[in-house]
Design a protein around this ligand. Structure first.
Ligand SMILES: Nc1ncnc2c1ncn2[C@@H]1O[C@H](COP(=O)(O)OP(=O)(O)O)[C@@H](O)[C@H]1O
Ligand SMILES: [Mg+2]
Length: 364
């Protein structure tokens, strides 16, 4: 488990085999996730994969066809949304346009029957928390997008929920503001000890904010792991393709022994690689390797394959080289820009010593 700090108030959240149908269509297909107290879990996946629907089941806005949601072990499925003690922030701010900032933040408290002095104290406290103390009498349209989203966050936090649900809360913000908000949310979530689900289609956001990431595809969770495990050891081709950039090289398994696969790449080298469990002992494979885990050499070698160099582009601190393999695959090789040697043309490519390539079975 990651280092999410624990708080007495933090709750576990268990999603057990939840399925949601809209008519004949499966929007969420048997999803199970156990979320630790105070943990931030990102639901990451392409548009339409069921992230919002799953979040809405937890919030109580969508009824699942089957499965259960538990908080601290107790089912909450029978509770209406307003009795679940869950704070939610939507992508599109969803502030009440005719209410001031303070009235927006007070809304949930008032709906729960809080009294005037208590409401005023909490509104002040949570507006300070999101650094909008001076904005209480403004209307939403007098605020920037980032400020509106902070009001939405204050409104969600004001009812002091034990679980926080965030549905693409930063998607409409520009890059710098998004970073500020990500840090802000992480800080608040830690201070308040909130078990949190963050829905996002942005892998960088998921990697930087979440303790664990659930990668979703077509209503299913394909992998639920720490950001590092997802990056270094993607379990499916879909996860591999969705996180970071990687090269795919086709090849054939020649043998598997002692947990190692001998793979003949169509590009022309034979490699010995750790075999994932379940890899067939013969047949086609795809080797996935990240650009920064490939090297170029001027000298041939047994585990190197020949490439035809293409363009080289500086990308921040990196130099990214394009190259073509003998079987016509275009690959990318990245190296620290200042380390790139000059001199002999480097036309041999191979795995760097610290490479963590993944192998996936290939049909056909
Ligand atoms: N109210 C609805 N009625 C019918 N289909 C819906 C409804 N809401 C979502 N869907 C469908 O369910 C699937 C999952 O949608 P959603 O959960 O919004 O995905 P995401 O948030 O990952 O983009 C999509 O195919 C979407 O078109
Ligand atoms: Mg969505």
């Amino acid at each position: 488990m990651q280092t999410a700090p624990r708080d007495k108030a933090a709750r576990t959240l268990d999603i057990e085999d939840v399925t949601v149908r809209y008519g004949a269509a499966l929007a969420v297909d048997g999803v199970s996730l156990s979320i630790e107290p105070g943990e931030v879990v990102a639901l990451l996946g392409p548009s339409g994969c069921g992230k919002t629907t799953l979040l809405r089941v937890v919030a109580g806005f969508v009824r699942q066809a089957s499965g259960r949601v538990r908080v601290d072990g107790a089912p909450i499925d029978h509770l209406p949304a307003n009795q679940r003690n869950i704070g939610i922030v939507f992508q599109n701010y969803a502030l009440f346009p005719h209410m001031t900032v303070a009235e927006n933040v007070a809304y949930g408290l008032r709906a729960r029957g809080a009294r005037g002095p208590e409401i005023a104290a909490k509104v002040n406290r949570f507006l300070e928390t999101v650094q909008l103390g001076g904005f209480r009498d403004r209307l939403p349209r007098q605020l920037s997008g980032g400020q509106q989203q902070r009001v939405a966050l204050a409104r969600a936090l004001a009812v002091e929920p034990s679980i926080l649900l965030l549905d693409e809360p930063f998607a409409a913000l520009d890059r710098n503001l998004r970073l500020d908000m990500q840090i802000e949310v992480k800080r608040l979530q830690r201070t308040l000890g909130l078990t949190t689900i963050l829905v996002t289609h942005d892998q960088d956001e998921a990697m930087s904010v979440a303790d664990r990431i659930a990668v979703m595809n077509r209503g299913k969770v394909e992998q639920f792991d720490s950001p590092v495990a997802i990056y270094d050891s993607p379990r499916t081709l879909f996860v591999n393709g969705f996180i970071g950039s990687s090269n795919l090289l086709a090849g054939k398994v020649a043998a598997i022994d002692g947990g190692m696969a001998t793979v003949a790449l169509d590009a022309g080298a034979v490699l010995r690689l750790p075999a994932p469990s379940g890899l067939p002992e013969s047949g086609g494979v795809l080797l996935s390797v990240r650009p920064e885990q490939l090297i170029l050499s001027a000298i041939p070698g047994p585990e190197l394959w020949r490439v035809e160099p293409g363009l080289s582009l500086p990308l921040g601190g990196q130099l990214v080289h394009e190259a073509r393999t003998a079987d016509g695959t275009t690959i990318k090789i990245a190296e620290p820009r200042l380390a790139a040697p000059k001199g002999l043309p480097r036309v041999y490519c191979g795995l760097s010593p610290d490479a963590r390539p993944s192998l996936f079975p290939r049909s056909t």
